[in-house]
Write a new protein. Sequence first.
Length: 274
Amino acid sequence: MTIEFTDTYLALGTGCGGRLYSYRTDSPPSALQLGPLIDSLARGCPPSTQGHDPDALDVAFDAAPIHYQRTATTLTLTTTTAHMTFKNTGLARLARYWPQLAPPSGAAAANPAQWPAAVVNGIYFQHPPTWRLYPYVVAGSLSTVVGYLSTDPLHQPCTTIKVPDGIETDCAQPLTRLTADGVLIILGGADGPASRKPPLHPNSTVAGRPASITETAAQDDCQVVGAQRQIHVLVPGDRTGRFYPIQLTACFAGPVTAPAETTFRRLIPTIAYR
């Protein structure tokens, strides 16, 4: 078992995979409440004829309430059935997969060359360490979102419920409202003819392709989460299918949006096809 944690995120690793959660705590040693599962890392467990025993940590987390004692290097969890102490591995192994575990240094935050890299749906980019990646997928009939970046903790935007005729999935925004000066980057967007043909008036080049970059007051999804400004990046696909569309919509909350907008403009040149 490997555990890494910050003040906001708790990552659990096993020999076969791992799980990343957000969490909230009261003053120690009091209650710990896990947020929704943000992401999982599955490398595949070897086959077993006897099956797998229940994960002790899953069992512990299901046994509310959870009390904790956290120091700089250890996390102790106490439930009605277990008492476990974990030593933080130093933000090494799991932080490779979840950069939100690694607190940014001043140099890394300022230098795009030192930003964490990500590949989402075949698109490579680098992003500021404090803009955390959430690989949530929202697939609809008119649009497809393949992930988000945000300075705020996000939750799974889709919920599935049983209905008389089967199941129904309802999707909304991954947060209710951005905090002051917060940022939400939506990876993906509308599916349609406009996203597949060259823009009528390209004004930039992104990933070596003609692109349209528009900066406006917040609209649609950005307006819903309380943003004041937005920047939209569209790289249309081509007719051969060799190049597929790239879309990013960056939402910026006030009262001061200029620094985050400048940072997003520095992200754009890192975008490339993979």
